[in-house]
Design a binder for this molecule. Structure first.
Ligand code: NAD
Length: 335
């Protein structure tokens, strides 16, 4: 679909920080108008996009076949994802309907990798417990003992942009870095050793997940994988929740397998994500179960959330919109 003069985009699930970062660069893109809605994109809210040329959505959106069909019915020709992952988009349906889907694949790998290391450190050194104790005038350090990362083995699953950044961070910590990927990244050859997934699970003291969620790696961290890990391992997931089978993880934690677990994502994050449910009497059962454990630290899918990353996401999304306007296909197209 070619847009010759201008483009109107409906921006779903807009937060203040989204508006700030997109408004800051919008002047450079005349002809591209963004309007914001707080509603999340899904089959029912797709009708809000009636009369718009494109929609802008995030990791929390439901961009299923039903949503895409509804968007098409309302005249929408492009979905601009303001994120790297697109496991929530039915790409086959988008292609069938002729809807263009563009993503932002490379906004700031370090933003996510630095959070991954932050979670590893927080879980390892019990920083959240420690913070709460000191706030409460409790200066006792019993139960807060960690392990040195220096000299230990980091196992990185997925060595693309974020995984590479994590490899460099772990190398900087003086760790031996081993990695598993379906596709080797030769630029890392001076600092990492590629091994099989099983060997990585068996040898690593810290395991960090950085591969996309696909049909073939759904629940790749399940009881089988956990049983292969060393006792006392630290596990971090900043990638996608469904890479880990949550009930199997809970079993593993109860067995004492993990020294620490850091999760920016979990499979059941669903509608909770990015919303304040602090007054609810019905907390997310998976999050509450995991947070019961003193060695688990969780954040709410905020790996992307740095000033640099927000700016890069806004700039690339506008550029993606301009490319749709110019009928230009690029590396950012996934459908
Ligand atoms: P990337 O495409 O640069 O790298 C992904 C790597 O994973 C590639 O090297 C690929 O070969 C490898 N891979 C694919 N399938 C694999 C498998 N089954 N086993 C092992 N490796 C496999 O992607 P990226 O920019 O590094 O992002 C990685 C993921 O991080 C994204 O897909 C997204 O899910 C997640 N992410 C999370 C946040 C956050 O806010 N927490 C932000 C951005 C991205």
């Amino acid at each position: 679909m070619a847009y010759n003069i201008s483009m109107r985009i409906l921006f779903y699930a807009a937060k203040t920080y989204d508006k700030d970062s997109f408004d800051a660069v919008s002047d450079q893109y005349s002809g591209i108008d963004i309007e914001y809605t707080n509603y999340e994109l899904g089959p029912r809210s797709a009708s809000l996009a009636d009369g718009y040329d494109a929609v802008c959505a995030f990791v929390s959106a439901n961009v299923s076949a039903r949503t895409l069909t509804a968007l098409k019915k309302h005249g929408v020709g492009a979905v601009l994802m303001r994120c790297a992952g697109y496991n929530n988009v039915d790409l086959d349906k988008a292609k069938e309907l002729g809807i263009i889907v563009k993503v932002v694949p490379n906004y700031s790998p370090e933003a996510v990798a630095e959070l991954a290391m932050g979670l590893a450190l927080a879980a390892n050194r019990r920083l959240c417990k420690s913070y709460n104790r000191v706030r409460d005038n409790n200066f006792n350090i019993d139960g807060l003992c960690g392990v040195n990362l220096h000299g230990k083995t980091a196992g990185i699953i997925g060595t693309g942009k974020i995984g590479s950044a994590m490899c460099r961070i772990c190398h900087g910590f003086g760790m031996k870095v081993i990695a598993y990927d379906v596709d080797k990244n030769l630029t890392l050859k001076r600092i990492i050793e590629y091994v099989s997934l099983d060997e990585l699970l068996e040898r690593s003291d810290l395991i960090s997940l950085h591969c996309p969620l696909t049909d073939s790696n759904y629940h790749m961290i399940n009881s089988d994988a956990i049983n292969k890990m060393k006792n006392g391992v630290i596990l971090v997931n900043t990638s996608r929740g469904a890479l880990i089978d949550t009930p199997d993880l809970v079993k593993g934690i109860k067995m004492g397998k993990f020294h620490g677990v850091g999760l920016d994502v979990y499979e059941e994050e669903g509608d909770d994500i990015y919303n304040d449910h602090s007054s609810s009497l019905y907390p997310n059962p998976a999050a509450s179960r995991l947070m019961d454990f003193p060695n688990v630290v969780m954040t709410s899918h905020q790996g992307f959330y740095t000033k640099e990353a927000l700016r890069a996401i806004a700039e690339t999304t506008f550029k993606n919109a301009k490319d749709v306007l110019d009928d230009k296909r690029t590396m950012n197209d996934v459908a």
